[in-house]
Design a protein around this ligand. Structure first.
Ligand code: GLP
Length: 277
């Protein structure tokens, strides 16, 4: 696992956006296990995407890179991580709306290339099965970009989720509903109690995973992710088993890491004081 520690949220967002754009453009060396992808390759680039506050800076940066003509999403296929059950896609709190409002409407992506789980599907189990099938049909996910909950969840894989789980219906913890209540008038009971989410196994199948972590509220989870053992109570810790996983974080998120851990990762990434942007 790589851990990239930068000064603040904006620096981390810029770094992550630049990395994603480079991968889409086929500029970053992809490693032995990654087939040719991106606009310079033959096949489309398949990108996994999150919602939440963490990715907003990256979405802003990617939109700016698009506007500057430095990246195109014309050959990109996206799969979102999750969606609430029982929220219509036109409602402001839906992850569909979040994605179109904050990112997808502002880039040159083909609407048909966007995949977001339908939390209103009549048969939710079938919806999840078909989603996995669609990922496979696209040749798998090249890069899964994500955030992390304060309890270390990845997508909506709450503590205790199987580290081999696939896309499925998941009950949300009260902690997660409280964390997301800000989008529902501050009232946790209004946050749906269930969601559809890709599984930990679905994320692990991506050829590469990039997680952005920001702020002190994520510090305990970051410690579990980097210094703890692989453990289903912190599903983010699955990244330790991934051959190409990157966490990019700000300084605040490292508050619970050992000094030696921070020094080690800064040293190996060639990041010196003051931390680069
Ligand atoms: C939700 C999403 C996750 C996201 C997490 C953290 O639970 N399902 O994908 O990583 O929130 O959100 P934030 O970035 O707002 O802290």
């Amino acid at each position: 696992m790589r851990l990239i520690i930068l000064r603040d949220y904006d620096s981390a967002s810029r770094w992550a956006a630049g990395y994603i754009a480079d991968r889409i453009n086929g500029l970053t060396p992809a490693g032995d296990s990654v087939p040719e992808a991106g606009s310079s390759g033959k096949k489309p680039f398949v990108l996994g995407l999150p919602t939440g506050s963490s990715p907003l800076g990256v979405y802003r940066e990617l939109i700016a890179l698009r506007q500057a003509g430095k990246v195109s999403f014309a050959r990109v296929i996206t799969f979102n991580m999750d969606e609430y059950v029982g929220i219509d896609e036109d409602q402001p709190q839906s992850y569909h709306r979040f994605m179109w409002d904050n990112f997808l409407s502002h880039i040159d992506i083909d609407r048909k290339s966007v995949h977001i789980l339908n939390g209103m599907a009549e048969d939710l189990v079938e919806e999840c099965r078909a989603y996995e099938e669609a990922v496979t049909a696209c040749g798998g996910i090249d890069l899964f970009f994500g955030g992390m909950g304060a309890d270390g969840h990845i997508a909506f894989n709450e503590p205790g989720s199987s580290l081999r789980s696939r896309t499925r219906v998941k009950t949300l913890t009260m902690d997660t509903r409280i964390a997301n209540a800000r989008f529902f008038g501050g009232i946790p009971d209004r946050v749906p109690s269930m969601a559809l989410t890709v599984g930990v196994g679905t994320v692990m199948d991506a050829r590469e995973v990039l997680i952005l972590v920001s702020g002190y509220s994520k510090a305990r989870a970051l410690r579990a992710a980097v210094e703890g053992g692989v453990n289903h109570m912190w599903t983010i810790s699955c990244l330790q088993m991934h051959p190409r996983a990157i966490i990019v974080c700000d300084q605040a998120a490292t508050d619970e890491l050992k000094v030696g851990t921070v020094r080690y990762f800064r040293d190996i990434e060639g990041l010196r004081e003051p931390m680069g942007s």
